[in-house]
Design a protein around this ligand. Sequence first.
Ligand code: URA
Length: 234
Amino acid sequence: MTLDRILQSQGFGTRRYCGDLIAAGLVEVNGELCDDPRANFEVDGLRLTVDGEEWLACTKAYLMLNKPTGYECSQRPRHHPSVYTLLPVPLRLREVQAVGRLDHDTTGLLLLTDDGQFIHAQTSPKRKVPKVYEVTTAEPVTEAQVEALRTGVKLDDEPAPLAAEGCEATGERSLRLTLLQGKYHQVKRMVAAAGNHVEALHRSAIGRLVLEPTLAPGEWRWLTAEDLAALLPE
Ligand code: URA
């Protein structure tokens, strides 16, 4: 692909704007200046420096974000800033989307991508991708509550009881819950139906992919090939 199209595909602006950046000598490719907008390169793995910003080019963008509390997973948020404001402009222009949503007050692992097929596969109810939540409860967790969450609780608009794939008490007021579905406010509603109340909610893993411990709230990183493999069924 030509360098001007590569920059455009990475979210650096229109093809003409990217061509102007290149012709002005503001773009390096794999550490060397390239001022020819029509020069050809393979996209994946190309190390770009665009007007001082380092960028690893990729045909499709896959990333994990440690979502902080107080952000909405929406392009048009209503009450809180959008998680998309935590991403660099090129990723926003590329229109990466959250893979499913977390509530504004939920923290932890959020995947984002511009690969629509990946979003569909990850969020399809048929795929039953396990998601692990660390729950802090208002009241002490009882054996009966854990048992109810494991065997199934009835939610208002669900025809059948919903059961957690896994549920264990991790402290006096904390639970680890693994769910195979991604229904609206599912953890909060299930914990309420079991007779307790969610005080704080954190998603720690999706499939076998665990939130990177070195990512501070609000930070993101690219997914590696191993990360993507950890999201595939076993
Ligand atoms: N369940 C909830 O209740 N909230 C979330 O953000 C995710 C799962």
